[in-house]
Design a protein around this ligand. Sequence first.
Ligand code: NAD
Length: 505
Amino acid sequence: MSQTLSSLVETPIGVTRYGLFIDNKFVTPQTEKYIDVTNPATGEVWAQVPDAGAEDVDLAVASARRAFEGEWAGWRAADRAKFLIRFGQAIADNADEIAQLQVDENGKLIREMAGQARLMPEYFNYYAGLAQMPTGNTNPLHLKDIINYTVREPLGVVAAITPWNSPLLLLVWKLGPALAAGNTLIAKPSEITPVSTLRIAELAAEAGLPAGVFNVLTGLGAPGAALTTHEGVDKVAFTGSTSTGQAIASAAGKSLKSVSLELGGKSPNIVFEDADLDSALNGLIAGIFGASGQTCMAGSRILVQESIYDKVVAELVTRTERIKVGDPQSSDSEMGTIACQAQYDKVRHYIEVAKNEGAKLVAGGVPAVVEGFENGLFMRPTVFADVNNDMTIAREEVFGPIAAVIPFTDEADAIRIANDTEFGLAAGVWSTNIQRAHRVAGKLQAGTVWINNYRKTGYSTPFGGFKQSGVGRENGPNALLEYTEEKSVWVDTGQGVKDPFNPRA
Ligand code: NAD
C-alpha cells in the first residue's frame, strides 16, 4: 500500500483518506462524502476517496479552463514534448509503487502490472515525438494570390473517464495525445480504482505541469455524468461499458461535445483445423483468462472448427484446470481476483444463466479457494462447451474468466458466427494458411484482428471498436488529431478585395 501520496490523512477507521486533485493540490471535497477503496484479494478497506459533487465538478472545470487559457497556453509544442518525457521518466522511477497501487485496487497480477507500468513511459515518449510533427496543411487552390493553410488547435478541457480494469494504461492512452496537443484534462477514474490515478496526477505536478492542467475528480458515476453535460468541457474521452457509453453519447450530444468511446466486446477467437494448436491454445487461454477475463478485448467466444473441436475442448480443459489462481502479489500466480464484489456477483450470475440455458460446464464454474485469502474474490477459470451463439453467454459481455466454446463447420460459418454480435472490438484468427488468415481478417467486423496471436496493443497502432464497441480510435498518430480542432486560414497575398460583389475578382 502506498505511503507516498502527499495527501495522507488518517481516518477514524484507520485508513488513508485522499482528497480531490485540483490545481496541483489535494483538496477536501465540498460534499465531504467519501467512498471506501477495497483490496479485492483481502476484502480490506485500505483507503477512502471523495465522492465529488456538482460544486467540486465546477471547481475542477474552472481550474482546467483557467489553466487552458493561462501559462499552459504559452507552452510551445517543444515544451510539452519535454514535459511528456519528464512525466514518463517520473512514472518509470515510481513504476513499482504505481503497479502496487493498482494491484491493491483491482487485484490484477503484480507481474502484469509491473510490465504495464514500465510500458507507460513509452506512450509519453511516442506522443512527445508527435507533439512536434506538423499537423496542418498548405492547400493548393483554384484562386490566384491566395494562400490557404490549416492549423490544428487544442480542443480545450477534456474529461477523461476511465474504468476499473486498467485504470492507468487507459488513462495514459488519453493523457499522451491530449497533453501533446495542448489540452487540459479532468480525469474521472472508476470508484473501484481511484488512488492510482491520484498518484499519477501528483507525479505530473512534480514533473512540472502547471496547476490545473491535469485535475482528478474521484467519485461514483455522478461526477462523470456531470462532466459530460458541463458547458465548460469540450471533449469527453470515455472508456467503459457500452451502456454508460450510450448514456454519455446522448448526454454529450445535447451540447455537441466531441466524444470518443472505447466500449465493451464479445470478441471471437477463431481456431481453424490448420492452426498450430499448441500456440492457439496458449492464445485462447491468454485471450480469455488474462487479467481474470476482465479486459474489453477478451476472446470470450472461442470458435473451433468441428473437425478438431473435441481435441481442442479436451486440451483447453486440461490447461484451464492447471491455471494457478492465487495471491496477485505472488509471481507464481497466473490469475488474480475479480476486481470488486458487484463484478464477482455478475460473473457467478452468468455461470448460472449459462448452465440454465444448456451450455455444458467443462471446467471451473466455482469460486477458487486461496489459502490465507478467505475473503478474496477469486474464481476458477471457467469453460462452457457446446455453446450456441444465441445463448446469453455468447451475446452479453461478462467481463470475467468465462470462455464460451462454439463449434463451426467451415470458413463461411466461422465468419457468420463471429460477426453475429452487436460488438466489434477485436477478433483472433488461428491458421497456418496465410491466404485464409488474411481473407478472414478482411471479413471480420472488428477494430483489431490478431492473426496467430492475441491481446496485443501498442502506442503506435490504433485501437477501438466497430459497432457497439465504440467510436473513435486511441493510440497511433491519428489519436493526437482527435484532441484537436482544425482551423482553416485564408490569406490574400495580392491586391486585396477590389469588388465587394465579386470576391474572386
Ligand atoms: P462503467 O461504464 O460502469 O464505468 C466507467 C466509468 O464511467 C467509471 O469511472 C464510472 O464511474 C463512470 N460512469 C458511470 N456512470 C456514468 C455516467 N452516467 N456518465 C459518465 N460517467 C459515468 O465501466 P466499468 O465497469 O468501470 O468498466 C468495464 C467496462 O469497460 C467493460 O464493458 C469493458 O469492456 C469496458 N472497457 C473497454 C475498453 C476499450 O478500450 N474498449 C477498455 C477497458 C474496459
